[in-house]
Write a protein that binds this ligand. Sequence first.
Ligand code: GDP
Ligand code: MN
Length: 378
Amino acid sequence: MNIHEYQAKEILRANGIPVPPGEVATTPDEAVSIAERYGGTVVVKAQVHSGGRGKAGGVKLATTAAEVREHAEAILGMTISDLTVEKILITPAEDIETEAYVGILIDRKSQAATFMVSAEGGIDIEQVAHTDPDAIRKLTVDPRYGLMNHQAYWLANSLYDDPALVKQAAKIIRQLHAAFTSSGASMIEINPLITTTSGEVKAIDAKMTIDDSELFRHPELVEYRDLSAEPAPETKAREADLSYVKLEGNVGCCVNGAGLAMATMDLVKYYGGEPANFLDIGGSSNPEKVVTALEIITSDPNVKVILFNIFGGITRCDDVARGIVEATKRIDITPPIVIRLIGTNEKEGLDILEEAGFTAFSSMDEVVERAVQMVKTG
Ligand code: GDP
Ligand code: MN
């Protein structure tokens, strides 16, 4: 679950990290009244789940009330990375001396929280990662011991020469690690971590992803979810208790069990195709779940063929078959459907499908090859 900058900043603040104040507005009037309360120059910032807001024109400094209004009007309703800006953050502007980057994420290779920090932060950090990877210092935190003080200093030392700044940064790095582990985050990024002209280190931007599987432990974070900012199919899948991840290919996959779903995607690739999604309909799939799964798959215009791969254990083949038949009655499904259905209540399932005019395969190999072939021959 991605959260907004203003929400991530609340979490950072709660962990003691110096973050300038800020308030959210949804109208230009509100923006002006917040700015007047702060006085002086403010920054008007688009709240969308996307980086590169500065480059897209979604971060603007404003000195007068008229400027605040002008920027608020321009930014509210703006589209950044296909997302509409519905909220803006108004925050007092800082006098920036330097911009650094501090990030922490779960690195899948080392399977542990890993810091990445760079003195060359700001809006071009992706570029730095490409052209000058040595400008980024990395540290994997051993979960047995947590982040040790000397490690925080080792990271902070790569950001600044001035010991007073290093000390502040090391503290922020420790607080960031605490924020990360205590909130079930999979990623937190402070970019930029600034030094001000008066010698203070502060976080003025924050991006954060909470691991969905951690949310049951953090019910207080669930309300941070912004449904308007996430793709509708993913919301729908979550509500129906389906695991769905959209991908770039055109073979829509509907499978029971995560392992079989992964294997199916591998086999699609093996035969030269590309999966359009990962979709696990789970163990006890009632027909209604299958209907929802098909609604989700067909909402992706890239899908050219729909591939069912069901190995019935707890999942009953007749339930899946009923779901498929029910879905074809209720929704207009253009792509052809190919089905492999074996296991519990297989005979009942195959009878239902046959009656509705489908033929099912019993081999996974055959059905996947067939699906990929259908895409290729159109
Ligand atoms: P992003 O583009 O989505 O990463 O948004 P940021 O919040 O990082 O803002 C982009 C850039 O705007 C920063 O790198 C800063 O250079 C600038 N900026 C943001 N807030 C302030 C501020 O308070 N004062 C000044 N002078 N610049 C700011
Ligand atoms: Mn930023």
